[in-house]
Design a protein around this ligand. Structure first.
Ligand code: DGL
Length: 280
């Protein structure tokens, strides 16, 4: 019989912790391993090839070092640029019974339910926006929606460098929100299509019109995973599962100390990290 393993959760850095926090809350019976590739973050401006290579290395690491049957790519940039190739080309060679899921599809499946005006704004990294993944995926589920995107290349660096509460952050947050709403004044739903952006939530709310809903992805992804596990008992049976509290382990490609200091605000709780260089 195959050994059971934890759920792997991956991000370029800290952002995936905002998703992990919701996963742990929604699915506390499972064990999780988180990996932040902080040494190589941010991914937002990197090429398709580079993001694919880095993400593949992470997926291989989850399979090899932790026996994860299921990996969630809790990063929009990596989901946009690497997920499909990993699912279609790499997984059949690596571990055909394992699964790698992203954050774009579960979000696309429900985002139209939030909007009355049928106009949605999507804010993300350059990589996510230029990939066109959101308009393509959302059109499958809500073809009537108007999607306006805005790339915010400064937001992740501001957040990763702990400058997200500074007056400098106000400038960049306002600039991108103003551009987005100038392009479509009917937007009533603003999707934060980057797992780092929930840290800017208070600032974003200051600059968006009051009737606009600002949507973060964490609970959407957690709900979708709960539903997936219910529909896939063959996967559910392969996950390590305690009776009450999730065991969560944190790994980073940068130093453990910096991850612990930086990660707590994202996870909204204590983070004890271990360094890994991802090598076998
Ligand atoms: N959290 C990642 C995302 O959702 C940030 C990407 C980056 O590293 O720039 O896109």
């Amino acid at each position: 019989m195959r050994m059971a393993g934890p759920i792997g959760v991956f991000d370029s850095g800290y952002g995936g912790l905002t998703v992990l926090q919701e996963l742990v809350q929604r699915l506390p019976q499972y064990d999780f391993v988180y990996l932040g590739d902080n040494a190589r973050a941010p991914y937002g401006n990197r090429s398709f090839e580079t993001v694919f290579q880095y993400t593949l290395e992470a997926v291989e690491w989850f399979f090899r070092e932790h026996g994860c049957p299921l990996v969630i790519i809790a990063c929009n940039t990596a989901s946009a640029k690497a997920l499909r190739s990993i699912q279609q080309r790499e997984l059949p060679k690596l571990a055909p019974d394992n699964r790698v899921l992203g954050v774009i599809r579960p979000t696309a499946e429900v985002i139209g339910n939030y909007s009355r005006s049928k106009s949605i704004g999507v804010m993300g990294t350059k990589g996510t926006v230029h990939s066109g993944s959101y308009p393509i995926e959302i059109a499958h589920f809500f073809p009537e929606l108007r999607i306006t995107q805005e790339a915010c290349p400064m937001w992740v660096p501001l957040i990763e460098n702990d400058e997200y509460q500074s007056p400098g952050a106000d400038y960049f947050v306002e600039q991108h929100i103003r551009r987005l709403f100038a392009a479509d004044t009917d937007i009533d739903t603003l999707l934060l299509a980057c797992t780092h952006y929930p840290l800017l939530m208070d600032k974003i709310r200051q600059f968006v019109p009051p009737h606009v809903q600002v949507i973060a992805q964490g609970d959407i992804v957690a709900e979708s995973l709960a539903d997936y596990l219910q529909r896939h008992p063959e996967m559910e049976n392969r996950l390590t599962c305690g009776t009450s509290e999730a065991q969560v382990r944190f790994y980073t490609t940068d130093t453990a100390e910096s991850f612990e200091a930086g990660g707590a605000a994202f996870f909204r709780g204590e983070v004890k990290a271990i360094h890994t260089d991802l090598k076998p």
